[in-house]
Ligand binder design. Structure first.
Ligand code: NAI
Length: 276
């Protein structure tokens, strides 16, 4: 009887123990893959994870000397934060190369606990004028690429009964806009993939979620989107501003943390209220 009361008190004590809302320390020593980590949101996610002591591997698309310099610069920033890193050009559209990349990360860094599918592109245009290439380039990067990475890490995450996967979708996977049929379809598909993967991997303690950024100030955005559209986006969001890459990285980090351990299959808009 005495033992039973003590056990009950222990349980109650454990339940009422205050837990910090966000404990960055619980990620220290983990290993993450961030696709498209050489710029914009991917770079911010990589640095945010490294800030918490996570070793970060990332890939990027080799479009020329500048892309390689960008990637080297991010790798340097990561090393300065005293985490280990592994990076190389790997086209997420190439399923065999994705598989090799994931294998190399495991060999070089010793495992994989976190996957952030961030690599993404847009090729805008009215759908009746959209060529096969514009459709395929976007859907294959934004959707096929995420599938290839999830498929490659799933066996390891299932075996270790632990994993966090975050897919970078978009508000445009939820709300249509003119001229982005390819992009919107790829991001809506990515949300479907997030939910399917959450259902299939949840039983092995792998959380799969998505973030849906609104307009985020990255070079890609400011270079490719006309300023009138950015002004309209700023005005139509209740918070009245564009987001920064760090705004997205903070939410990705939360979803990778144990504070979010009971969240799976959701899409969190990071959009200043744009979707309201
Ligand atoms: P960015 O152009 O600055 O970075 C894209 C990254 O993806 C680069 O590292 C690039 O090398 C990589 N990448 C592109 N194609 C690739 C491929 N085939 N294989 C491997 N890597 C590839 O773009 P940004 O703005 O940082 O976007 C990142 C993600 O966030 C994308 O998925 C994008 O759709 C999404 N997003 C961005 C928003 C924005 O306003 N910037 C809004 C909503 C979503």
């Amino acid at each position: 009887m005495h033992g039973a009361v003590e056990a009950l008190l222990d349980e109650v004590g454990a339940e009422t123990e205050p837990r910090t809302l966000f404990d960055a320390a619980n990620l220290r020593g983990q290993i993450a893959i961030v696709t498209g980590g050489s710029s914009g949101i991917g770079r911010a996610v990589a640095l945010e994870l490294a800030e918490c002591g996570v070793h970060v591997a990332f890939c990027f698309l080799d479009t020329g000397a500048q892309a390689r310099l960008d990637a080297q610069a991010v790798a340097r920033e990561l090393r300065e934060m005293e985490v280990r890193t592994y990076f190389r050009a790997c086209d997420v559209r190439d399923s065999a190369d994705v598989k090799s990349f994931v294998g190399e990360v495991q060999e070089e860094l010793g495992g994989v606990h976190i996957l952030v599918n961030n690599a993404g592109v847009g090729r805008d245009g009215a759908l009746w004028r959209m060529g096969d290439h514009e459709w395929e380039a976007v859907v294959r990067t934004n959707l096929d690429g995420a599938f290839f990475f999830i498929r490659s890490v799933a066996p390891f995450m299932r075996a270790q009964e632990y994993g966090k996967i975050v897919n970078v979708a978009s508000v445009h996977g939820i709300r249509a806009e003119f001229g982005i049929a390819n992009y919107a379809s790829s991001k809506a598909g990515l949300i479907g993939l997030t939910q399917s993967a959450a259902v299939e991997l949840g039983p092995r303690n792998v959380n799969v979620n998505a973030v849906a950024p609104g307009f985020i100030r990255t070079t890609r955005l400011t270079e490719s989107v006309p300023s009138e559209i950015l002004d309209r986006a700023r005005e139509s969001a209740p918070l009245g501003r564009l987001g920064d890459p760090q705004d997205v990285a903070g939410v990705v980090l939360f979803l990778c943390s144990e504070s979010a351990r009971h969240i799976t299959g959701v899409v969190i808009p990071v959009d200043g209220g744009y979707l309201l």
